[in-house]
Design a protein around this ligand. Structure first.
Ligand SMILES: Cc1cc2nc3c(=O)[nH]c(=O)nc-3n(C[C@H](O)[C@H](O)[C@H](O)COP(=O)(O)O)c2cc1C
Length: 206
């Protein structure tokens, strides 16, 4: 267990993902939850790859572009029709409200040929220890059965938070690949980390 929350709040503040959780050691063997270290179910890359990402500040976009440079895969930006505020403090509130309401923001662009893709590299910033709600809109829009979703997440210290579990719940028919978490923009280690991650998922470089 790892707490990704770094924000201060009033003592009467409440939200669906604030609270106490009782834990105990798991039994040996597979648990029901999804973790970043799930073994790959497939080791070889097959079919076409789509990189789909949402980014507010540009860090996830930079990671997506690095992945694109290394794979030559198609790139798709997930854009809400009604953009979030460009002001940091305001977007914090907007994102928290969206998450609290489990909102499904309308998306401005749609993937017309989703059937052509077998692997979706899905990128997003960690927002309040989970996915931004436009990612939920995206996941509910398509049928991912038989496809592999491989998440990559930019964060400020909370790594994936609970985003992997959120994705698995929203796309229950997809196979989840091993995720990549990147601290902010990833700095000078980004290229090498992306290469290692692609290899771990059996995706060949360009
Ligand atoms: C609304 C909002 C909520 C955030 N919540 C978290 C969080 O819970 N944990 C964390 O590690 N980082 C959090 N961050 C930091 C972002 O994950 C980080 O800055 C990331 O690099 C942003 O990616 P982007 O530039 O693609 O938007 C949050 C940022 C924003 C704007």
């Amino acid at each position: 267990m790892r707490s990704a929350y770094r924000a201060a709040g009033q003592e009467d503040m409440h939200s669906y993902n604030l609270g106490l959780r009782l834990v105990r050691n798991a039994d040996k063997g597979r648990s029901g939850s999804v973790t970043a270290g799930e073994p790959n179910l497939r080791t070889e890359s097959a079919g076409r790859i789509l990189i789909a990402y949402f980014s507010w500040g540009g860090n996830t976009r930079g990671i997506a572009r690095e992945i694109q440079a290394q794979t030559g895969a198609d790139l798709f930006e997930i854009t809400p029709s009604n953009p979030y505020s460009s002001d940091y403090n305001t977007v914090l509130m907007e994102a928290q409200e969206d998450q609290h309401n489990q909102a499904r923001p309308e998306l401005a662009e749609h993937v017309q040929n989703m059937d052509d893709y077998d692997i979706i590299l899905l990128g997003y910033p960690n927002w309040w220890a989970s996915i931004p709600m436009p990612i939920a809109s995206f996941l509910e829009e398509y049928d991912f059965s038989g496809k592999r979703i491989i998440p990559f997440c930019s964060h400020g210290g909370g790594r994936f938070g609970q985003s992997l579990t959120a994705i698995a719940k929203l796309a229950p028919d997809a196979v989840m690949g091993e995720g990549l978490s990147v601290h902010y923009s990833g700095g000078s280690g980004l290229s090498g980390n992306v290469t290692a991650w692609l290899e771990a998922n059996g995706i060949k470089r360009n």
